[in-house]
Ligand binder design. Structure first.
Ligand SMILES: Nc1ncnc2c1ncn2[C@@H]1O[C@H](COP(=O)(O)OP(=O)(O)OP(=O)(O)O)[C@@H](O)[C@H]1O
Length: 250
């Protein structure tokens, strides 16, 4: 069932051009492209944070017709932001998300425990490391949307969420994304980690200079020729028995 439809979506000055695609319930879509290709622009437009032309239809209604409060119950976003903008303890920051949430206490505890937030709760967000701040923001996005009884039709937008995460926290993020999608939510995330996309994406969208150049299963699209075209360079796939990697040939 279709959760999100993008019809001829464009954002000013060629940042995004006539982008047409759709996302189904339960899908994990990864956005792949060079720096400046338009991945963040696409995520921000879907979040309703950028003026756009064309259509963004979320659960059969144009996002132009949602009240901001209703939209924020249906989709959350972690932007690519390095610095905390305000001074407050982690506990206070997350309680702002919890006001919107229908997550029960048991799930909340599990989430805080998995992302190792318990020990950070009394810290000021300005005193967190890059990875800790990233984890807190991801946890906020899950709290905002989670509901004990229904995640159908909910959309999480993550802009390079794996930045700063250690290998354990990446596995925890994958675990929660999987649970979110198994219950009918969907995730669109940008990334520069091709190996991760190869393993975890249901579908990838290859983006170049504001255009969608290809969309399909990660195993089909993450090939040397398509990636070389997308990144405008010569990319070689290194493949051995249990590992796959991509290198730029100099
Ligand atoms: N606030 C802005 N105003 C005008 N142009 C912008 C703005 N932010 C980004 N751009 C431009 O829009 C284009 C797409 O940028 P975007 O941030 O979407 O790329 P990206 O694919 O997310 O890149 P990266 O991998 O570096 O995060 C770039 O040419 C960028 O310079």
């Amino acid at each position: 069932m279709v959760l999100l439809k993008l019809g001829h979506l464009s954002v000013n000055n060629g940042r995004l051009n006539t982008f047409t695609e759709q996302v189904n319930y339960g899908e994990r879509v990864h956005l792949i492209g060079a720096n400046g290709a338009g991945k963040s622009t696409l995520l921000m437009a879907i979040a309703g944070e950028l003026p756009f032309s064309g259509e963004i239809i979320l659960n059969e209604t144009s996002i132009r017709h949602y009240k901001y409060n209703d939209l924020s119950r249906m989709q959350s976003m972690v932007i690519q932001q390095l610095e905390a903008l305000s001074f407050m303890p982690v506990f206070h920051y997350l309680s702002l998300y919890h006001k919107l949430s229908k997550m029960d206490v048991q799930q909340l505890n599990m989430l805080l425990n998995d992302f190792k937030i318990d020990k950070l709760l009394s810290k000021n967000i300005h005193h967190l490391s890059g990875g800790e701040w990233q984890r807190v923001r991801i946890v906020g996005a899950f709290i905002q949307l989670w509901s004990s009884y229904d995640l159908k039709g909910k959309l999480m937008l993550l802009d390079e969420p794996t930045n700063n995460l250690d290998v354990i926290q990446l596995a925890i993020l994958d675990k929660w994304i999987e649970a979110f999608c198994q219950q009918g939510g969907a995730v669109i995330m940008s990334t520069h980690n091709l190996n991760h996309s190869y393993q975890k994406a249901d579908r990838v969208w290859l983006i170049k200079e504001g255009y969608l150049v290809n969309s399909g299963a990660s195993a089909l699209l993450l090939d040397e020729k398509l990636l070389s075209t997308t990144f405008n360079t010569n990319i070689k796939c290194i493949n051995d028995v249990d590992h796959i990697d991509w290198r730029v040939l100099q």
